[in-house]
Design a protein around this ligand. Structure first.
Ligand SMILES: C[C@H](O)[C@H](O)[C@H]1CNC2=NC(N)=NC(=O)C2=N1
Length: 101
């Protein structure tokens, strides 16, 4: 199983993930993505879902029209692991491809 990151390690990983931050009240990281419209938001979710399934590591997320609110944690580990950081990076890269910096 992946190792839960310390607060320090989470902080330094987040420093390299623009837009991502600690989720208040729990050990997790999150970001809200805002796209041009619903089509782009759902396109993002489709692409991210394929990455998540391939890695057997899945987001908690909520879509309202053109926004997607994402929270990442490793439930098995009770916190944030490298798997969450990797998924956050992949999600940011997909969003960039769709024109969201
Ligand atoms: C059995 C299976 O590998 C686990 O349930 C996986 C699936 N996807 C997961 N996704 C996330 N985000 N956290 C987990 O702990 C997790 N566990």
């Amino acid at each position: 199983m992946a190792e839960r990151l310390s607060a320090e390690a989470r902080k330094s990983a987040l420093a390299e993930l623009p837009g991502w931050s600690e989720t208040p009240g729990r050990e997790a990281i999150g970001r809200t993505f805002t796209f041009k419209d619903f089509n782009e938001a759902f396109g993002f979710m489709s692409r991210a879902a394929l990455v998540a399934e391939k890695n057997d590591h899945h987001p908690e997320w909520k879509n309202v029209y053109k926004t997607v609110e994402v929270v990442l944690a490793t439930h098995d580990a009770g916190g944030v692991t490298r798997l969450d950081i990797d998924l956050a990076k992949a999600m940011s890269a997909i969003a960039r491809q769709l024109g969201v910096p």
